[in-house]
Design a protein around this ligand. Structure first.
Ligand SMILES: [Zn+2]
Ligand SMILES: [Zn+2]
Length: 137
């Protein structure tokens, strides 16, 4: 597992370190679009030496190397997601949950033939089913 993670970092041009491996592992295990604060909070309990600055720096590096991306939610705090599998997002304005749904970007690019695409994101905003059900009761 650690070996895989290490290869993954190297393939993205990132030198593996204990902290970086830990943060990548966190992303793989937590597909809930965490904020930097949440990552720090969760990892700090098992890794007291981890600083907030390291988390922020690592996220910036991962982002620069396209390992993760920021979801354009309306949250004040950036929410992160791995870029490893294509999907769209639904952002609930009420509970601030970010839901994944399958979306194949390439299928929709007929009109963008010859364009250089640097990032891609589908984000749908509204109120999720859970919140709708809760308020209708
Ligand atoms: Zn909701
Ligand atoms: Zn996602």
């Amino acid at each position: 597992m650690i070996q895989d993670l290490s290869t993954r970092l190297k393939n993205s041009g990132i030198k593996p370190s204990v902290q970086r491996l830990k943060i990548l592992e966190y992303f793989l295990h937590n597909r809930n679009h965490p904020t930097a604060a949440k990552i720090f909070q969760d990892l700090n309990t098992e890794m007291p030496t981890l600083s907030q600055a390291t988390v922020y720096n690592t996220l910036a590096l991962f982002k620069e190397k396209h390992l993760i991306k920021i979801i354009s939610s309306e949250d004040q705090n950036a929410r992160y997601d791995l870029t490893d599998n294509e999907h769209g997002h639904f952002y609930c304005k009420q509970c601030r949950e970010v839901y994944d749904f399958p979306y194949n970007y390439a299928d929709n690019y007929a009109q963008l033939e010859g364009f250089a695409i640097e990032s891609e994101e589908i984000i749908i905003k509204g109120i999720c089913k859970k919140c709708l059900e809760r308020t209708s009761k």
